[in-house]
Design a protein around this ligand. Structure first.
Ligand SMILES: Cc1cc2nc3c(=O)[nH]c(=O)nc-3n(C[C@H](O)[C@H](O)[C@H](O)COP(=O)(O)O)c2cc1C
Length: 327
């Protein structure tokens, strides 16, 4: 799959997820076989007005490339300026958020609210297209309330503005995360435009990635929640789309991920901030493991690298002993 001048190693893409897809997590996803990673959504206003906190969200590493940076906002000139800024900071692809349905964002007229305002969406994309030479992509919902018309219109607008690919989370903004994704719409968008179309929504099992590719004819598959704490999902989905046997991921591998994630988080954010963040995040990696609720509760007390590592050690040893006893 290609997005303009970027040839991706495969068709699997990590969905942008606020608070989750920062650099340490993106590296784990790439290592597991994901073809393209995306930052969490970044405020164009924050960048434009020089917020240090926003800039800190833009740290990228060579090990994760190619990396897309997703911007949100509603002012064409500010979005254009932000696109030029993230290009300067090393983004391989600039992505625009037309899908966020969180109240805080849609109240400002950004994210999914733009699906109701095609004129503004067009002005934003035209201004951004002029401002950056990097590939430009969009990620949208299936519509504001009803699935279909607005997403098809926005896809055509995007293509007309020189956008290089569209991703579609096939749920309406009103749906949030409820109900199921409308994969039929992904197929209709694929038939309506000639730029690459990336389908998203409800890839729950590795085999779903192949089902989405085959049933919608989309060019790429974007995976979000299934990968949280489980980047090995990408290696399994990759096997599925290549018609290979799906590898079993050893639960004990989760501990290596926890150590590496802890390490990278501390390197990126400093020990104090990283430990605060790890209190809720380390638990992701224990999803599906025995006694994970005890581990998650204990993780809320992490206050240093030492306590984090001791906690992981103890959990790993407990699980290894239980595995040995049951063998
Ligand atoms: C915690 C969380 C944060 C998210 N943040 C973003 C975001 O920053 N930008 C965006 O376009 N979508 C965001 N999304 C939506 C996902 O990118 C994706 O469209 C959605 O989860 C559906 O895919 P899935 O069924 O594979 O999870 C977020 C989703 C979750 C669960």
């Amino acid at each position: 799959m290609r997005i303009d001048d970027i040839k991706l190693p495969n068709q699997l893409i990590l969905a942008p997820m606020a608070g989750i897809t920062h650099m340490p997590f993106r590296i784990l996803a790439r290592e597991a076989g994901c073809g393209l990673v995306c930052s969490e959504m970044i405020s164009s206003n924050g960048l434009y007005y020089g917020s240090e906190e926003t800039r800190a969200m833009l740290v990228m590493a060579d090990a994760e490339r190619p990396v897309a940076v997703q911007l949100f906002g509603r002012h064409p000139e500010i979005m254009a300026e932000a696109a030029a800024m993230v290009e300067g900071m090393g983004a391989d692809i600039v992505d625009v958020n037309f899908g966020c349905a969180v109240k805080k964002v849609i109240r400002t007229g950004a994210g999914a609210a733009l699906m109701k305002d095609p004129d503004r969406a067009q002005r934003i994309l035209a201004a951004m297209r002029k401002a950056t030479r990097r590939p430009l992509t969009i990620k949208m919902r299936s519509g504001w309330e009803a699935s279909g018309k607005q997403a098809l219109e926005l896809s055509r607008i995007a293509e007309g503005c020189g956008v290089d690919a569209v991703s579609i989370h096939a749920r309406t903004a009103a749906q949030g995360f409820k109900g199921s994704a409308d994969w039929g719409l992904i197929e209709r968008i694929k038939a309506a435009v000639s730029i690459p179309v990336i389908g998203n929504g409800d890839i729950k099992r590795p085999s779903d990635a192949l089902k989405m590719l085959e049933s919608t004819h989309c060019d790429g598959v974007m995976i979000g929640r299934a990968a949280i704490g489980n980047p090995g999902f990408f290696s399994q989905a990759l096997a599925a789309i290549n018609h290979e046997p799906i590898p079993r991921v050893d639960p004990m591998e989760r501990f290596d991920l926890m150590y590496r994630y802890t390490d990278q988080m501390i390197a990126l954010f400093g020990e104090k901030k990283a430990c605060r963040m790890l209190r809720s995040r380390l638990g992701w990696f224990s999803r599906g493991l025995a006694a994970s609720s005890v581990f998650r509760r204990a993780a809320t007390r992490i206050d240093s690298r030492q306590t984090a590592e001791a906690l992981i050690d103890a959990y790993r040893d407990r699980l290894a002993a239980a595995q040995k006893n049951s063998a």
